[in-house]
Design a protein around this ligand. Structure first.
Ligand SMILES: Nc1ncnc2c1ncn2[C@@H]1O[C@H](COP(=O)(O)OP(=O)(O)OP(=O)(O)O)[C@@H](O)[C@H]1O
Ligand SMILES: [Mg+2]
Length: 261
C-alpha cells in the first residue's frame, strides 16, 4: 500500500491536534551549546475542516554548535517545511524555535528578516546567483547590503572564495562556471556573512556525482574545520550517512534521529 505523504484533518483523530501542553513553555532559553532548539513545533496549513493539513507534528530537536546534520525522508515528508522554519522564512503554527539564543518564532516579520540576514546562511538546490555580476560581487553584495564596507567585503569575499577553491574565478560571471562551481559560489555567499547556522535544501540535487561530492566535501570541511552548524536536506543516502547525525522525517514526524559520529 502506498502511504499518503500528508494526512487531512479528521476531528476524531487526536494525534492531529496540537495538545494544549505544547502551548505553554516555562523552560526559557536553551543551554549555550544548543544552537538550534525546537520545542513542540507544528506546522498546520489550510484553515479548518477537511482542508486542514498538519505538515509537521510535534518536532522537538536540539542541535549542538558545530554539528553537521542531514535531514532526510521521502518527497513530501516535510523536510523543506522544517528547513524553512529553522531558517526563519516561515513561522510555526505551534511551538517554539530558538536559534542561537533567540526565540525566532515570536519575532515579527521585520525582526525575523533582520535575524535571517545577519545570522543565517542559505544554500538552495538552484543557486540563485545574479548573472550580471561577477563571482566576487555575488559573494559580497549581501555583505554590502548589510552595511559592511566595500573594501572589507571584497577582502572577506576573496578569502572565502579561496577557501572554496574558487579564488581564480573571482572575475567571471556565473554563466561562465560549471554547475558545481556555481553551487560553491552560492556556498561562499552563504558563508561570507559569517552565519551562525547554514541551512541547505538539496544543495547537491542539481549536480552530477562528481560536483555533488565536491560540494558535499565543502560542507564537511566547514563543519569540521570552522565549527559551522549545518542542516542539510538531502535525498542522497550516501551523503546523509557521512554527516554527524541523520534526522529522518515521515509524514511530518521525526521517525529516526541517529548520531553517526
Ligand atoms: N504551501 C503549501 N500548500 C499546501 N501544501 C503544502 C504547501 N507547502 C507544502 N505543502 C505540503 O506539505 C508537505 C511537505 O512538503 P515539503 O515541501 O516540506 O516536503 P519535502 O520533504 O521537502 O519534499 P521534497 O523532497 O519533494 O522536496 C507536502 O505534502 C506538501 O504537499
Ligand atoms: Mg523539499
Amino acid at each position: 500500500m502506498i502511504e499518503p505523504t500528508t494526512r487531512t484533518y479528521d476531528p476524531e483523530d487526536d494525534d492531529l491536534l496540537p495538545p494544549d501542553s505544547h502551548r505553554v513553555y516555562a523552560q526559557g532559553a536553551p543551554a549555550e551549546d544548543s544552537i538550534v532548539e525546537t520545542r513542540g513545533v507544528y506546522r498546520v496549513l489550510g484553515g479548518s475542516g477537511t482542508l486542514r493539513q498538519v505538515i509537521l507534528h510535534d518536532i522537538t530537536l536540539k542541535i549542538p554548535r558545530g554539528e553537521f546534520v542531514a535531514l532526510t525522508g521521502a518527497s513530501g515528508s516535510g523536510k523543506s517545511t522544517l528547513l524553512y522554519l529553522l531558517g526563519a522564512l516561515d513561522r510555526p503554527s505551534e511551538g517554539e524555535i530558538w536559534l542561537d539564543g533567540v526565540e525566532i518564532s515570536s519575532l515579527d516579520d521585520d525582526d525575523r528578516a533582520g535575524f535571517r540576514n545577519e545570522r543565517l546562511g542559505f544554500v538552495f538546490q538552484f543557486h540563485f546567483l545574479l548573472p550580471e555580476f561577477s563571482v566576487l560581487e555575488n559573494v559580497t553584495l549581501p555583505m554590502i547590503r548589510r552595511g559592511v564596507h566595500r573594501d572589507e567585503a571584497d577582502e572577506r569575499g576573496y578569502d572565502v572564495l579561496e577557501l572554496l577553491g574558487l579564488s581564480e574565478l573571482w572575475k567571471r560571471r556565473p554563466g561562465q562556471l560549471s554547475g558545481g562551481q556555481q553551487q560553491r559560489v552560492s556556498i561562499a555567499r552563504a558563508v561570507a556573512n559569517d552565519p551562525a547556522i547554514i541551512l541547505a535544501d538539496e544543495p547537491t540535487g542539481n549536480l552530477d556525482s562528481k560536483n555533488g561530492a565536491l560540494v558535499f566535501e565543502v560542507f564537511g570541511e566547514l563543519a569540521r574545520n570552522q565549527g559551522r552548524t549545518i542542516v542539510m536536506v538531502t535525498h542522497d543516502g550516501n551523503f546523509a550517512d557521512r554527516t554527524d547525525r541523520q534526522i529522518k522525517l515521515r509524514d511530518g514526524h521525526v521517525i529516526e534521529d541517529v548520531r553517526q559520529r
